[in-house]
Ligand binder design. Sequence first.
Ligand SMILES: [Zn+2]
Length: 581
Amino acid sequence: MLNSSIDEIKSRLDIIEVISSYIKLQKAGANYRAVCPFHSEKKPSFFVSPARQIWHCFGCSKGGDIFRFVMEIEGVEFGDALRILAQRAGVELKRQPPELKTERKNLYEICEIASRFFEKQLEESKSGKEAKKYLLDRGISEESLKKWRVGYAPDVWQGLSDFLNSRGYRKEEIEKAGLGLTSEKGSFYDRFRGRIIFPIFDLNSQVVGFTGRIFKEKDKAEVAKYVNTPQTLLYDKSRILYGLDKAKVEIRKKDFCILVEGNIDAIMVSQAGFENVVATSGTALTPYQLKILKRYSDNLFTAFDMDVAGESATKRGIDLAQIQGFNVKVITLPEGLDPADVIQKNPQDFEKYLKDTKSILDFYFESTFSKFDKKTPEGKKEIAKILLSVIKRIPNRIVQSHWVGELSKRLEVKEEDVEEELKKVKLNGYSEIYGIEPEERRNLSPKSRKELLEERLVTLLIRTPENLSKFKDKFSLFSEKIREILVNLKENGCLDTKKLNQETVNLFNQLTLNSELEEIEEKEIIPEIEYCLKEIQSLEIKNKLDQISKDLKKAEEEKDVKKINDLTQKFRDIASQLTNL
Ligand SMILES: [Zn+2]
């Protein structure tokens, strides 16, 4: 059932059309190329093959079909990619069984209806109009209000819930959607009352929750500034970032994400032309949110108000981002102003501040040195205490060492002493809480030379299948995956993918694209194959010789004369193979 939908979607959509709706493709012979959207590069190494309906990047090794592309670029799971592409292809997905559908679907519907209710209130009710005036006065445009679906919850006990009741939804359902509560005395009432409403969207722009914000002066002393949807089946605040659905494509394009705290900040920054903005809603960034952000970019620009010595939630989130290897930069705004204020005055000012960002380390250094007296021993100690824990979080050793040097220079103390102190710093249990080691390797392990030679060789054999039988005696030299491909190719004349696992098929697709792009003259192919074979064989022999040398050393230590003689003979025999190659 699922497979037939997938095949139908693939048959209706062309990979070139799908991918070029996200990035700019250029024709390159039979294929298309582009600057890769998944890693940063100047020369394009991202290729799409219309003939094979696959894509592959030679820079970061990502690749696959249209589903994989949509998953990567939209940052969604397979099911979501399927829905997105099904819609695009006009393929109706078979309905889920009713028992699976019910609850989540129901909640999505309630949230959507509630959202429309709030939007209408903002336009039509008397106090809704006041709320709207407040928003317009803060500089938010009519267009932005529509785009972000900003609404208003009337200041009554049962506005939305009565409306939802009239639409056939029960109290229990409204409560499960986080929109209503039951009081101790048993009466049911709306969670959001007399507030501006910002719907919260998931990555597919479906409403899953709400933030309600007061706006009247008289309310400010009495009630909480913000009310949020509690945890529901759809809404988990540790997993959602406000605005990411609208920002994700721009974050990838611009390769950085602007982080702000409030809903209005996000809307204003986006309105000013920086659509790569998300809001954290005043809580600490969670490991899950960071993982999602990392699908789009490694670069975070924060516009938070940050106190280096403080222990705010915001700062903890930034610390975690640093540990996870994000490049964090700080946008420094004039004291007491948030991004919305700056943009309201003049959107160009924000752009100016954005160009003037500092690295988080520079920011921490500056603010710490301005707080304490570096001339006194106590001051030195305080400065070191704060900055060493910042330095400790840097995953890259070289960068870390740079800042150790900087700190020792500015404190006028010996670098060895700073290093000694750095060793003593413990990272507040981050690794225990989040399971992340600061030194966690960020890059994939690079391919070995043998792997690269093998791949080159197979690429050439795919290009000239007539040579397959000529070199069939050498297949045993290759790693299993490669051998599988070659044997399969030779036996069937083409690749019979049914017999291979997905990983091997992916490797084959990649190598095929390689072979199409390979710029090599026909007459050079065989010498090149022979060269690769020779290199692989000599690598094998050298590995064996290495092992024998190690064994020999051990035998010499043990003074085992027989073993020494045997190994020496073996070494000579194998070494002679090397010269015979
Ligand atoms: Zn790439």
